[in-house]
Each structure stands twice: as structure tokens, then as C-alpha cells.
Design a protein. Structure first.
Length: 175
């Protein structure tokens, strides 16, 4: 910015070093905005968002939430899991249920639909990047693929009261 004797009175004086830092801060903000845009829209990395609004008071009265658990969409390839979190357990706490005829094989795409019917809970599957919140009134959705067979534990990651530590379950993935 050019200054002269007359102009200087009208312009706010900003130290050149400060100016440089202001520019640097703006550049960093722009870089972050671009990174987030690329990650979100080009690479498809999305924070699990609200899939649907629901009424936590009545959600369990209707399908699919009246029968939470696994649905086989395409055998061997695609599965949906409906999971209710509540004080202080997950419904179901074993996926697939022990008496279920459905098995989820490694490599299949598994989509989790998770909600809460009381307070805010968390849902994290150990040793995976599946980790999101279960908020009353909202359904969170996230798809993942388990590459290795085995059992994967899931836990509540939001402190939700005295029974918080007892909120866990297991997903069994077959060959
Ligand atoms: Cu549910 Cu902590």
C-alpha cells in the first residue's frame, strides 16, 4: 500500500510484520477450506451426518427400529445394521444376533444406522475408524467394510451416566 504525507493520516497504520501475519492467517484459512472441500466432496470423507430425523419417544414402535439388528441386503455383499443406544446398553449387543441365520463376511459393505432413545451416546468400533455420536432424534449413518474376519467390539464413547462403562457389544465377521 503506498503512502504519502497526506494519505497516511487517513489510513490505519499496520506494521509490515503484522500485515504479513494477517496474510499468513488468511492463507491458512483458505488452505483449510480447500482441504475440507476436497476431502468432503472429492474424496468422499464425510463426518457421519444426520440421515434422518426421528422421534426418540416413538421410534421403537415401528420397523426397522422395532427390530434392531442386521438386514441382509445383498448376500455376501451388503448389510444394514440398525442399532439403538440407550442407558446403558446397545440393542443389539451382538451383531449378528447369536440365533441369527445371517453371517456378515469379511469384505462386505456394512452400513450402520445408529440412534439413541434417551441421552447422547457414542458408537465406536475398536480397531476401525468407525466412531460417531448417537444423538436422540437423529439417525447417524456410516458405511464400512471389515477386511479381516474376527470379532470387533463396539463401545459407547460419550459419558452417559453411571452405566456408561457397561455399554458395549460385539460384531462377528466371518470368512
Ligand atoms: Cu452410552 Cu456412554
Amino acid at each position: 500500500m503506498s503512502t504519502n504525507e497526506g494519505g497516511e493520516k487517513l489510513k490505519m497504520h499496520i506494521d509490515p510484520t503484522e500485515k504479513a501475519w494477517i496474510r499468513a492467517a488468511i492463507v491458512v484459512l483458505v488452505i483449510f477450506a480447500i482441504s475440507v472441500t476436497i476431502a468432503g466432496f472429492m474424496l468422499g470423507i464425510q463426518v457421519p451426518t444426520e440421515e434422518q430425523r426421528v422421534d426418540p419417544q416413538t421410534i421403537t414402535q415401528e420397523l426397522p427400529w422395532s427390530e434392531p439388528g442386521v438386514r441382509e441386503i445383498i448376500p455376501g455383499e451388503k448389510y444394514d445394521v440398525y442399532l439403538i443406544s440407550r442407558m446403558w446398553f446397545f440393542e443389539p449387543n451382538t451383531i449378528p444376533a447369536p440365533d441369527s441365520t445371517i453371517a456378515i463376511p469379511a469384505g462386505a459393505e456394512v452400513t450402520f444406522y445408529v440412534t439413541s432413545i434417551d441421552v447422547q451416546h457414542g458408537f465406536k468400533i475398536q480397531n476401525t475408524n468407525v466412531n460417531f455420536m448417537a444423538v436422540p432424534g437423529e439417525v447417524s449413518k456410516l458405511s464400512t467394510t471389515f477386511d479381516e474376519p474376527g470379532s470387533y467390539d463396539y463401545i459407547c464413547t460419550e459419558y452417559c451416566g453411571v452405566g456408561h462403562a457397561s455399554m458395549f457389544g460385539t460384531i462377528n465377521i466371518t470368512e
